[in-house]
Design a protein around this ligand. Structure first.
Ligand SMILES: CC(C)(COP(=O)(O)OP(=O)(O)OC[C@H]1O[C@@H](n2cnc3c(N)ncnc32)[C@H](O)[C@@H]1OP(=O)(O)O)[C@@H](O)C(=O)NCCC(=O)NCCS
Length: 212
């Protein structure tokens, strides 16, 4: 069974995905389509499965990361939380981006993470599709830069590097060579320096207040 939709992973209706999988399946192949997936916006119903997947993929220490200080009690940036779903609709990948401020300059930027893929589905392109979709959508929405703490050899393929993070820092322990950035607008990080801060708005309590 070949992997499908890796080139142009977007928001594919699952009915379309299933039709396409069936169309591509060679006659007599009863493969279960492990490699097929679709990228979609995260919904509130995805939260329990997303948390379970993060526990499986990253372990219990995941909440001690310095990035968590910029995420705790907040909501992801508007329209920038995505999941990957398998053919049966189950959640097999997650990525979210968060509004942050760049230290002394206070300029807005995004923090990406966590990115995680179901360990049983690693290596079929889900992480890549989630990253490409998230970066593309952040750019479309007019954001200037994305930062993250992660493995440079993985994120380099999406254009991330430590080149522009030398004068920035995270609000907690982290490994400097893993602090990476991608400019979506050329020069967006040229003057950036200081410690990353959470953006002032977009807290969970404000969202609850709006919903009340
Ligand atoms: C890292 C992760 C998101 C990658 O997702 P994935 O769907 O397996 O990745 P893809 O299928 O899109 O890409 C696979 C490629 O990435 C490479 N890769 C995967 N993890 C890597 C890493 N940590 N460092 C360098 N390369 C890595 C693979 O070797 C493979 O390379 P190839 O294309 O040359 O064969 C996934 O393995 C995961 O959830 N890991 C645990 C959580 C985690 O570490 N999250 C990221 C924080 S840095």
């Amino acid at each position: 069974m070949e992997a499908v939709f890796l080139e142009n992973a977007g928001v594919w209706p699952l009915s379309f995905l299933e039709g396409e999988m069936a169309a591509r399946r060679p006659e007599g192949d009863v493969g279960h389509g492990r490699e097929a997936f679709a990228i979609a916006p995260e919904t509130p119903a995805d939260v329990p499965a997303r948390e379970a997947l993060l526990d499986r993929a990253m372990g219990p220490k995941r909440k001690r990361k310095s990035s968590e200080k910029l995420r705790r009690g907040r909501l992801p940036a508007e329209g920038l939380a995505f999941v990957a779903r398998g053919p049966d609709g189950s959640l097999v990948g997650t990525v979210r981006l968060w509004d942050v401020r760049l230290g002394e300059t206070d300029a807005p930027a995004l923090l990406l993470g966590p990115l995680a893929v179901d360990p049983a589905m690693k290596g079929v392109g889900i992480g890549t599709a989630l990253m490409r979709h998230a970066v593309g959508e952040a750019k479309r929405r007019g954001h200037g830069a994305i930062l993250l703490v992660g493995d440079a050899p993985y994120y380099a393929r999406f254009g991330f590097s430590a080149e522009k993070t030398g004068r920035l820092s995270m609000p907690g322990p982290y490994e400097r060579e893993r602090f990476l950035a991608l400019e979506l607008v050329g020069g967006a990080l040229d003057r950036a320096h200081g410690v990353l801060k959470p953006a002032r708005r977009n807290t969970r309590s404000e969202a609850l207040a709006r919903a009340a």
